[in-house]
Design a protein around this ligand. Sequence first.
Ligand SMILES: CC(C)(COP(=O)(O)OP(=O)(O)OC[C@H]1O[C@@H](n2cnc3c(N)ncnc32)[C@H](O)[C@@H]1OP(=O)(O)O)[C@@H](O)C(=O)NCCC(=O)NCCS
Length: 222
Amino acid sequence: MSTPGPGALIVEAHAHRLERRHLAGLRELFQRASCPCHCRYWHFDGTKNDWLMRCATSPDDNADAFDADFERGDDAAQGVVVVAGEDVVGWLKLAPRAAVPKLRQLPVYRNLPLGDDADVWSIGCMLVDPARRGRGVARLLVAAAARLSRAAGKILEAYPTRSAPGPEDAWRGPHELFVELGFTPFEPNGAQDDPLGLGAPTHAYPVLRLPPNGVQRPPPLG
Ligand SMILES: CC(C)(COP(=O)(O)OP(=O)(O)OC[C@H]1O[C@@H](n2cnc3c(N)ncnc32)[C@H](O)[C@@H]1OP(=O)(O)O)[C@@H](O)C(=O)NCCC(=O)NCCS
């Protein structure tokens, strides 16, 4: 990797669809980031306390469950990685929306008529190596997800929070990045994004969509 200044792209990094050869590096990425979920939150059926206990006491169980799902070819363990040299430095969970039913059950989306799952792929979450943040890795991840969903003829959906005071709060992806790459609010109930009619979107949990032909400036997949 070169020595980019703040905000500069890591030019030697490439985005790939997750393959078996990336699994060990992906596990290491979550460990380096002290992130015990190993991308299992959407697939954990217990209570919130059960989940917190699992993350606190047995993060390897999460990593093992992820690997097992990957080996089965399960959509629960599909996504995009960014690789720099030998290291996996970025991860984005990209799954058919049907594979993440817990997402639609969240109180903020439960009553939204989001339509048939069949045509939609979801960005469930993302994680960038803390040592590589602010250099465009997430931009590479989202652009790669857009490229893959476009090739599959799918709508790509994202679920950011409008406000993300810290990097961990942006775990479903930065709102500004999605907007930059051409995502627009999906408002099946009308102008929910501007409830006060002020011309200023205020909805805290927008659902954003990118149509299959909507990606801008996709970098090449490595
Ligand atoms: C959020 C995160 C993915 C961003 O990754 P990144 O590689 O640093 O982001 P990029 O450098 O590609 O930023 C692209 C754009 O996204 C936006 N952005 C990036 N980080 C942001 C943040 N923390 N808050 C708000 N917007 C942010 C900016 O618009 C940025 O463009 P700019 O640099 O021109 O201002 C990263 O901070 C991260 O991994 N956070 C932890 C997430 C987590 O806990 N995941 C666990 C669940 S898997």
